[in-house]
Write a protein that binds this ligand. Sequence first.
Ligand code: VG1
Ligand code: CO
Length: 580
Amino acid sequence: FKVTRVETTPFEGQKPGTSGLRKKVKVFIQPHYLQNFVQATFNALGADRVKGATLVVSGDGRYYSKDAIQIITKMAAANGVRRVWIGQNGLLSTPAVSAVVRERVGADGSKATGAFILTASHNPGGPHEDFGIKYNMENGGPAPEGITNTIYENTTTIKEYMIAEGLPDVDISTTGVSSFDGPEGKFNVDVFDSTSDYLKLMKSIFDFPSMQKVLSSPKFSFCYDALHGVAGVHAKRIFVEELGANESSLVNCVPKEDFGGGHPDPNLTYAKELVARMGLSKTHSEPNPPEFGAAADGDGDRNMVLGKRFFVTPSDSVAIIAANSVQAIPYFSGGLKGVARSMPTSAALDVVAKHLNLKFFEVPTGWKFFGNLMDAGMCSICGEESFGTGSDHIREKDGIWAVLAWLSILAYKNKDNLGGGNLVTVEDIVRQHWATYGRHYYTRYDYENVDAGGAKELMAHLVKLQSSIDQVNKIIKGIRSDVSNVVHADEFEYKDPVDGSVSKHQGIRYLFEDGSRLVFRLSGTGSEGATIRLYIEQYEKDSSKIGRDSQEALAPLVEVALKLSKMQEYTGRSAPTVEE
Ligand code: VG1
Ligand code: CO
């Protein structure tokens, strides 16, 4: 092949958000749109990181992925990349990409230097929905803000991109290496099995035989819903073929380009089938739900964990995994280096860190902030309230890892019960945790696709209110007299303890005397309008009060949050789109 330079002009708005660039497919398929972003990325990385590089290119298989893979491969070749690695059919979950970058060794001994991940994660897919792309670095984690800012700047001035002419489309459905001759020498495309490397890593972390015992016990039952996302590919191999779960435990585990028309977001609103099977649907009654259920998002980095008729909040989930990890998971048997959570995530993890005397960090929303801590050996387990949980085995959150962590805890707690005796259930584990550490009542309200102007005004209003805490407390007492006083309010700002970089405007916080918190932020992953997220949390130490209904316990704070922010006034919405 030879290298062609194509003239182009900038597109507006190619700024990567919380996790890459996400736009409607109709935006992405405009001539040169994807090409501009990819070239801007190569230019931001610089010749050092591009010439001779080995790049992973794959994703969640959503609509437009196949075309995008061909385009990126040809551009990589033209920019001097030496090898492109592609998961079979272009499918690799986000955590599997991270694992491949860190662990895979090519037939010629090569290691990956970075990755393009093609996904818009939990956003719907299909010709009328979203596509997305993000770049991950050599450590397997998302590019830091320094790089994503440069990518964006480059997109505003781009004049040309490079693409290989005469390089045929690669067959991504069959594994194997194809080699081509270019002006700078050989260029290889390596299509490989999507799950092998990831599975090998999981086997080095968890005790597979003990999980197998639980999954094959007649007392235990399981259900996994991949919401038609890419996790289904890995789930079949790991849960069914390796761990012996019944094939019927898998729901929606064949990836679809449009996720079956659904919203591949594992929460109580969108994971309808799993929610019904687990006996948690308000409209359908299930006589005998499984003991354990879980769901993933489109790209397989998120997880929702459910017990029989029981919801585990993600904030509790990471705290419970951290509290049990040393006993239940071989990878952590030497102890934890530290734990971390994103700012809006509940403080359940903080309490565990304190009890176990662990290093603890609170970072802004988005996984990239955890990576620095992990690279510096300061953090082993971390999580976000948005159904993201993970560890330093890779540099992304990991949906299947979280399910394996829960299976390990269930195996550990039931090691003497599988023969005789009562099963310790998911609900038992959570309630025991609350009894030991106290309970963080928690909920999140999302107002999706609201008018961007109104959302901005609401945030400005909240910042302005913060100038007088006395005034805030007066307003609050006028709304509800039964909530405690606000003692501190600010906009969250984070100074990275490893590289000293500062991230500002990471969400507005109101902190109450009794440990309750209200947090407001604007989403950075949407593709249209604005999404306001409101996070509400209340801590209860008194063991006689930890069994309340969460909605009822949080009702006073919810009322305060909605009235204080003038939510309805600014957004025109009387109810959230999603309520967790
Ligand atoms: C959301 C979540 C955040 C998560 C991010 C990416 O971001 O709140 O916790 O890290 O999605 O997850 P935002 O900016 O919309 O609140 V994923 O599974 O989309 O990569
Ligand atoms: Co995701």
